[in-house]
Design a protein around this ligand. Structure first.
Ligand SMILES: *Cc1c(COP(=O)(O)O)cnc(C)c1O
Length: 358
């Protein structure tokens, strides 16, 4: 029997992916030119499907990158001349903040603990507010209502949202977000190696002003190059052609199942997971205690006596869960609850946890 992965990314791969990989080889996808019509059609159809599935406005552009991490770099590079503001709810928010510092920007860090000041006052001169929708290190989920409020209070400021570990579950109102980025090895249940960046017209406009100001916006994945190649349904570099092909197949599958059904499934399994940890409060302490801040896709709990024995016991049963992030590695566990996970996967996990605890 294969191991069952509840790790936070890469994680369980959709079972159909191996079949799609075989199909890709039948159609010689790994050898086709990234300048040819066949690839251009794949890019075009993938972006159309993504926009349809997630209700991304037609006026927004979708670009392919190499990873989620690259999304942070490109947003800072293209959209910030001097000043960015970072709402930090965990290690990924810190990474975004450090990216801005790395590019010599005047970055301001606002650390959120529990629900204190989710929507702070933004100082004058800030061009971009960076938010991690779902911080995978802490399981802190930033409420989408707060995103709406943030944009409403700061309509002239760009809002960048990291949805790497919550998409496609998150229901995002794209009019509240200007730069949205993710990679495909988490909620899309695919192998790693492809990033996606969604950009609003307002962000493209500001990006053009940043470039015109003489600030370096790089070259390879500057907005200008992304647009130039994107207009031809191509990429500047030789991209992960197989990754784009597989992404389209999974989007097609999700469209068939229906995004509402997928989201309801994730919601129901999240509730069962949180209930499970609460019922076993003698062994676990949930890291996010406020319900409206609890991630639906990454459940983080502290394990009494340390997480290592539990992780090892589950591994013997063929169940792989995540350890805590960074300094919390030995203390916490992290469990991914992605669309690829089924009800019976969850049953197997909970049975495994029960027997490891007894
Ligand atoms: C995984 C993750 C990233 C980084 O994405 P990569 O594709 O690994 O570069 C960024 N933000 C969050 C919230 C993540 O979970």
């Amino acid at each position: 029997m294969h191991n069952l992965y509840f790790t936070v990314g890469p994680s369980k791969i959709f079972p159909s992916v191996s079949k799609y990989i075989a199909e890709a080889f039948e159609h010689e996808i790994p050898s086709i030119s990234h300048r040819g019509e066949k690839f251009q059609n794949i890019v075009h159809d993938t972006i159309s499907r993504l926009k349809r599935l997630l209700s991304i406005p037609d006026t927004y552009r979708v670009f392919f990158l190499t990873s989620g991490t690259e999304g942070m770099e490109r947003i800072v590079q293209n959209c910030v001349q001097t000043q960015s503001f970072h709402i930090v709810t965990g290690a990924f928010g810190t990474k975004f903040y450090n990216t801005a510092l790395g590019y010599g920007k005047k970055a301001i860090e606002h650390r959120c603990v529990e629900s204190s000041e989710l929507v702070p006052t933004i100082p004058k001169g800030v061009e971009l507010i960076a938010v991690t929708h779902n911080d995978t290190s802490t399981g802190f989920q930033f409420p989408t209502e707060s995103l709406t409020l943030l944009k409403k209070q700061n309509p002239e400021v760009l809002v960048a949202v990291d949805v790497v570990s919550s998409i496609p579950h998150v229901v995002l109102d794209y009019s509240t977000a200007d730069c949205v980025f993710f990679s495909i090895q988490k909620g899309f249940g695919l192998p790693a190696g492809l990033g996606v960046l969604v950009v609003s017209p307002q962000a493209l406009e500001h990006g053009a002003a940043v470039a015109a100001s003489g600030t370096s916006v790089g070259f390879h994945h500057s907005f200008a190059e992304l647009i130039k190649y994107g207009d031809k349904n191509q990429t500047h570099e030789t991209p992960n052609v197989l990754g784009v092909y597989l992404f389209e197949k999974i989007l097609e599958e999700m469209e068939t199942v229906g995004i509402e059904t997928i989201r309801r499934g994730v919601d129901a399994r999240a509730e069962r997971l949180y209930d499970f940890f609460q019922e076993h409060a003698d062994h676990f302490t949930l890291i996010q205690r406020e319900k409206n801040l609890q991630s639906k896709t990454i459940v983080v709990a502290e394990v009494r006596g340390g997480s290592k024995p539990l992780i090892e016991a589950l591994k013997k049963e063929g169940i792989v869960i995540g350890a805590g992030y960074g300094a919390d590695k030995e203390k916490n566990i992290r469990i991914a609850n992605f669309p690829a996970h089924t009800d019976s996967d969850l049953e197997r996990l909970m049975a495994g946890l029960e027997s490891a605890l007894s």
